[in-house]
Design a protein around this ligand. Structure first.
Ligand code: ATP
Length: 282
């Protein structure tokens, strides 16, 4: 029997770095929003072991793959003998700030739960996924959430309503670690206004949401990769109401209230960046 689980990506509408914790992690206050862009994870029972297959050219197929780590967590935590073959149908760009790897890990945990009838609650699966990466627990939720602590203290919040999102990934890969390592105290002085963002979301006010978009890490990524700024400007010139870099980047998101202009913007961007997507909040 094979089962398929969708692994949805996320964007950040707000990402404030509050400070550095003693364990080396950063304390953040974020709003994350699930999006319709997804990988599909196909799982099949095997007698033993974990096998990874993928259509993506550069993804590891060994224990460095987050999908592998998800399966290993489940097997170890539950003393499961049976194995699994995991085929990753990759659609979310890699090292893009869209949590593609985390989404795959969460989907594998969910898939193993279904495949082996383990009866794990969502909370139990979130706890299993936590050590694999800061964004993994969020990937078990729908819609939007405020994420505090290292990003794992989650409170559901009202997310984006009827809007269109254009995502474009400049042709470079950015590692989250590299961006955090280059974050200075000066970068963290501004904190944006979480209150404004949450109110704007409650009001479904796209203009106010656009004004409240905030990401501390943008400063670092733009400093290191100035070309990303051009993409932001281009997104605005194509009529986006609001523009922000997601996560540690380099994906830039544009917020549109109408489908036509969003579609046109995506089409234009495709001429420069193959990895351009028109997606919805989900
Ligand atoms: P985040 O927004 O959480 O920082 P990201 O979109 O920047 O995530 P990912 O696409 O999740 O980054 O991947 C980051 C790294 O993890 C890459 O270097 C990639 O090789 C590795 N990786 C391991 N497994 C996967 C997977 N299943 N999908 C994507 N990347 C993976």
């Amino acid at each position: 029997m094979e089962i398929a689980v969708a692994a949805y990506g996320k964007i950040n509408l707000f990402l404030d770095v509050i400070g550095k914790l003693e364990n080396g992690y950063h304390e953040v206050d974020m709003v994350m929003q699930r999006i319709s862009l997804r990988d599909v994870i196909h799982l099949e029972k095997r007698d033993s072991g974990i096998e990874i297959l993928t259509d993506h050219a550069y993804l590891p197929v060994d224990e460095n793959n987050l999908a592998y780590q998800g399966a290993r967590r489940v097997r170890e935590a539950l003393g499961l003998r049976g194995g699994v073959r995991i085929r990753i149908e990759k659609h979310i760009p890699v090292a893009a700030g869209l949590a593609g790897g985390s989404a795959d890990a969460a989907a594998v945990i969910e898939g193993m739960n279904a495949l082996y009838g383990l009866g794990l609650s969502r909370e139990a699966m979130m706890a299993l996924g936590g050590p694999l990466g800061a964004d993994v627990p969020f990937c078990f939720l729908k819609g939007a959430a405020r994420a505090r602590g290292i990003g794992q203290d989650l409170t559901p919040v009202k997310g984006l309503g009827d809007v269109y999102l254009v995502l474009t990934k400049p042709n470079l890969s950015v590692s989250t670690r590299e961006i955090y390592e280059n974050l200075t105290e000066e970068d963290c002085r501004d904190h944006g206004s979480m209150t404004d963002m949450l109110q704007a979301l409650e009001e479904e006010n796209i203009y106010r949401i656009s004004q409240s978009l905030f990401n501390t890490l943008e400063r670092v990524t733009l400093r290191r990769y100035p070309g990303v700024l051009q993409e932001k400007k281009r997104m605005i010139s194509y009529g986006a109401r609001g523009v922000l870099m997601s996560g540690s980047g380099p994906t830039i998101l544009g917020l549109f209230n109408r489908e036509g202009p969003a579609r046109a913007a995506a089409k234009n961007f495709k001429r420069f960046n193959q990895q351009t997507y028109l997606v919805r909040p989900f």
